[in-house]
Design a protein around this ligand. Structure first.
Ligand code: SF4
Ligand code: SF4
Length: 176
């Protein structure tokens, strides 16, 4: 996994132009069954991905914390939300609460999350490859393929599937 993570930013940089074009086209004209396709690709990828051998998202980029996240996690620590904020969070340039630093303070040496059951919504949903209307988060996806090896593979599988499906659909017409 270390080797995969070492080379991931470079691989993502090489694919950036191609991915950008593909995601732009997808946004303009998403297939009707995109939610279903994404669910399938996401599940297939995460069946063979062991996040405990990776944790790159927790090590290199933190989640944003919603007010509901802050209240839930502070309650878990029996803290007042303000005390939790002062201890762990800062406000970023988009005015969102984010971690004061990475790796995340809640990440253990064994790559386990010490607040797993109450972790932020953004952590639960990362890398967002099974979310509905996936075409709407192209900027985020372009960034995430350089962080998450699973997201990288999902976008590669997606390009292959949608390009092949397009060819299959076009074939009968091209014969006429
Ligand atoms: S979600 Fe992606 S970056 Fe995070 S631990 Fe799993 S494979 Fe690694
Ligand atoms: S809260 Fe847990 S899942 Fe989220 S970044 Fe920190 S260690 Fe990772």
């Amino acid at each position: 996994m270390d080797r995969i993570l070492d080379t991931l930013p470079q691989k993502a940089a090489i694919k950036h132009g191609e991915n950008k074009k593909f995601l732009k086209r997808l946004k303009k004209k998403p297939p009707k069954n995109l939610d279903y396709i994404m669910q399938e690709l996401h599940e297939r990828e995460f069946e063979r991905t062991d996040c405990l051998k990776c944790a790159n998202c927790c090590k290199t980029t933190g989640p944003l914390f919603t007010n509901a996240d802050i209240e839930r996690i502070a309650k878990h620590f029996r803290q007042k939300p303000q005390a939790f904020i002062e201890q762990h969070l800062r406000i970023d340039e988009d005015k969102d609460y984010v971690l004061q630093g990475v790796p995340c303070a809640f990440l253990g040496a064994d790559n386990r999350c010490s607040i797993y059951d109450v972790r932020p919504k953004a952590c639960r949903e990362f890398p967002h490859t099974d979310r509905k209307k996936f075409q709407q988060i192209s900027q985020l996806t372009l960034k995430n393929v350089g962080i998450c090896p699973a997201a990288f593979n999902i976008v590669e599988a997606m390009k292959e599937k949608l390009t092949n499906d397009g060819r299959t659909r076009q074939r009968p017409e091209s014969r006429r």
